[in-house]
Write a protein that binds this ligand. Sequence first.
Ligand code: 5GP
Length: 191
Amino acid sequence: MKFMTERIAREGRALNEDVLLVDSFLNHQVDMELMRQCGDAFAEHFRGKGITRVLTVESSGIAPAGMAALALGVPLVFLKKKTSRITAGDVYQTPVQSFTKGTRYELTVASRYLPAGEKVLFIDDFLAMGEAALGVARLVKEAGSAIAGIGIVIEKSFQPGRKKLEAAGFDVFSLARVKAMREGAIEFVEE
Ligand code: 5GP
């Protein structure tokens, strides 16, 4: 989508060949008008798939996923990366390798917010190795629900996430697809 690639081209900063920083509109300061556009684009793509719930992972997925949930008129649930006494109790949990931190965390959701029989749209800010999305998919399956689609704000197409998700049978829709990056230069997959 032009609105997203233009914004990344203008404000994104490749930290190195693997990590893209978009702190001015997505990962720290959040441009809510842009998030509205993201939500509308996701809703337009996935409308007709019978989505009943939008899931994301804290924290940077919440803004775009929230706008998609609003546009689709369904609940938003974010999965937690850290557990606390508040999340203790009846939960679904699975280990996930963090791409940016290089550590593992327990992706956690209270079972009451992930009932059986739901058609889930998973939305995230970035797609790299696909670990977060595959973790969410494991929990959704365990809960007796199904992933009806995966929406990504920024896909790094030179990393294996999309291939892994497609091989697992998921419909992946990304608003921007980065083909390659190096310090000072970001290239996109042609739309
Ligand atoms: P994956 O699970 O696909 O390997 O990585 C996705 C998660 O890692 C996203 O939720 C995002 O938080 C983080 N991530 C991956 N690559 C980047 C990146 O280039 N920049 C930023 N800011 N976050 C990233």
